[in-house]
Design a protein around this ligand. Structure first.
Ligand code: HEC
Length: 173
C-alpha cells in the first residue's frame, strides 16, 4: 500500500508547478501570465547584422528555459536601462530555479540583442508593434473572461454537490 502511494507521488511530480510564471515550461503550466505571452515566440533575424544573429541564439537558448520567448519578444520594454534591470532580475530567477544560471557573457549578448531588436521592431516599426500589442491585450482579456467563467462553473458545481444546504432554493431535501 505504501509503495503504491509513493509511485503515485512520483508520477505526479513532473506536473507539479515549481513556481508561478505564466505559460512557463517548468511545471508545464500553459496559463499565460502576461498579455505578451500570447504573441509570436520567435523573431526573423535574417536581415539583422551577423553579430546580432549570434546574440539571438544566446537569447533564444537562455531566455526560453522557464517561459517562452514570447514574453520578452512582445513585452513593451525598449530602453537599455529597463532591459538591463530585467536581465538582472532573470539572472536572480535563474539562480533560484533548476536551470543553468545566466552568466555575465550571456547577459552582455542578450542585452545587446534586445536593445538592437527593440529599436527595429518596437521603434522603427512602431505602428505594427502597437497594433499587435492592442490585439494581444484583447486576446488576453478574452482569455481571462473565459477562465473566470470556468472558475465560476467549477465553484457552482462544488456548491451543488455540497452535502450542506448553502444556497437559497431548491433545498436539497
Ligand atoms: C529561471 C527562470 C527564468 C529564466 C531563465 C528567465 N526568466 Fe523571465 N521570467 C521568469 C519569471 C518567474 C517571471 C515572472 C516573475 C518576474 O517578473 O520575475 C519572468 C518574467 C519575465 C518578463 C516579464 C516581466 C514583467 O513584469 O513584465 C520578461 C520581459 C522576461 N521574463 C524576460 C526574460 C529574459 C530576457 C530572459 C533571458 C535573459 C529571461 N526572462 C529568462 C523566469 C525566468
Amino acid at each position: 500500500m505504501k509503495l503504491y502511494i509513493w509511485i503515485l507521488a512520483l508520477l505526479a511530480a513532473p506536473i507539479t508547478p515549481v513556481f508561478g510564471a505564466g505559460r512557463q515550461k517548468i511545471g508545464g503550466a500553459s496559463v499565460p501570465r502576461f498579455y505578451y505571452d500570447l504573441g509570436p515566440s520567435q523573431i526573423d533575424v535574417s536581415a539583422y547584422p551577423k553579430v546580432q544573429q549570434e546574440n539571438y541564439k544566446v537569447f533564444a537558448q537562455t531566455c526560453s528555459q522557464c517561459h517562452t520567448l514570447a514574453r520578452p519578444i512582445n513585452s513593451p520594454m525598449i530602453s537599455r536601462r529597463d532591459w538591463s534591470r530585467y536581465i538582472g532580475r532573470m539572472t536572480v530567477n535563474s539562480k533560484n530555479a533548476p536551470v543553468k544560471p545566466i552568466t555575465k557573457s550571456e547577459r552582455d549578448s542578450i542585452l545587446s540583442f534586445l536593445v538592437y531588436d527593440a529599436k527595429i521592431r518596437k521603434v522603427d516599426y512602431r505602428a505594427k508593434f502597437t497594433a499587435q500589442t492592442a490585439s494581444l491585450k484583447e486576446q488576453f482579456a478574452q482569455f481571462k473572461k473565459a477562465h473566470l467563467r470556468q472558475e465560476q462553473k467549477k465553484n457552482a458545481n462544488r456548491q451543488s454537490r455540497s452535502y450542506f444546504y448553502s444556497g437559497p432554493s431548491p433545498r436539497p431535501y
